[in-house]
Design a protein around this ligand. Structure first.
Ligand code: AMP
Ligand code: ZN
Length: 118
């Protein structure tokens, strides 16, 4: 959509380190990783924030979550554990207005790594 950086990634106009692709979901390495594993899982459909979800997106959000589980398993971090994060809107610190699920792991997480400090 328009100037959305993640839509450009989906359209292959911007190169990323792709780790997963299905008919409705794409996942790639975060360009500024917070941990040894930091993947962004996004829907191919442009949805600005979690607040913009409709009932029709129910299955799509489930697919994003299932992709997270699949990627964690493929990257061999599933058993040790990891974190999943959606930032929402201004106060949530969301910078890219195309919903994305952060998959963060590969090391034991301390609270200072988890980006929730206020
Ligand atoms: P958020 O603050 O939740 O909106 O997260 C946006 C994330 O997108 C940040 O962690 C950025 O590092 C990441 N990001 C922005 N542009 C790119 C890009 N071109 N490729 C990969 N990750 C990106
Ligand atoms: Zn978009």
């Amino acid at each position: 959509m328009n100037n959305c950086i993640f839509c450009k990634i989906i359209a292959k106009e911007l190169a990323v380190d792709l780790v997963y692709e299905s008919e409705s979901v794409v996942a790639f390495k975060d360009i500024h990783p917070l941990a040894p594993v930091h993947i962004l899982i996004i829907p191919k459909k442009h949805i600005a924030t979690i607040n913009d979800l409709t009932g029709n997106d129910f299955e799509l959000v489930g697919k994003m979550m299932m992709a997270a589980k699949q990627i964690a398993t493929d990257l061999a971090i599933a058993e040790k554990g990891y974190r999943l994060l959606f930032r929402v809107g201004e106060w949530g610190g969301q910078e890219v207005l195309h919903i994305h699920l952060h998959l963060i792991g590969g090391a034991r997480m301390h609270e200072e790594i988890y980006p929730v400090s206020i």
